[in-house]
Design a protein around this ligand. Structure first.
Ligand SMILES: N=c1c2ncn([C@@H]3O[C@H](COP(=O)(O)OP(=O)(O)OP(=O)(O)O)[C@@H](O)[C@H]3O)c2ncn1[C@@H]1O[C@H](COP(=O)(O)O)[C@@H](O)[C@H]1O
Length: 110
């Protein structure tokens, strides 16, 4: 049986919104608020960039996977805090199928 990791994680993240901050890292992030969550997204972005640069230099990609997982996770907490779901992002990516990146950029209003 194939597990839909994003959907399962999104369900867990919703459950953790009502958990106590003492027992759950996700609940503790929500309790600290959006600025703390964004700080973590920024931190994990930088760590991902550094891991990618290291991977290019050494050929070892293990840390890129680890740091990107941290980044995706904190981004999912951010979406959840704003009452958005992974599916909202997947829908937007699906909308862009077969649309050239150059064409999509030309159609952007912002
Ligand atoms: N996928 C993750 C996940 N990825 C990373 N992390 C945590 O994210 C944090 C990031 O690492 P850092 O070194 O930056 O953390 P830190 O130094 O403790 O953070 P600060 O004190 O600096 O803010 C670590 O505490 C990791 O354990 C995660 N925590 C939880 N999950 C998922 O969320 C579910 C719910 O977690 P809880 O809310 O803790 O029950 C878990 O079952 C997992 O499925």
């Amino acid at each position: 049986m194939k597990i839909d990791v994003l959907a399962e994680l999104a369900t867990t993240l919703e459950e953790r919104k009502s958990a106590s901050a003492d027992s759950s890292y996700v609940a503790s992030l929500h309790a600290k608020g959006l600025n703390k969550i964004l700080e973590k997204v920024g931190e994990e972005s930088v760590e991902t960039i550094l891991a990618a640069k290291d991977a290019q230099a050494t050929g070892d990609k293990k840390d890129v996977i680890y740091e990107t997982a941290d980044l995706w996770f904190h981004t999912l907490v951010m979406l959840s805090h704003l009452e958005l779901e992974p599916q909202d992002i997947l829908d937007e990516l699906a909308r862009r199928f077969n649309l050239s990146g150059l064409e999509e950029k030309a159609n952007r209003t912002k």
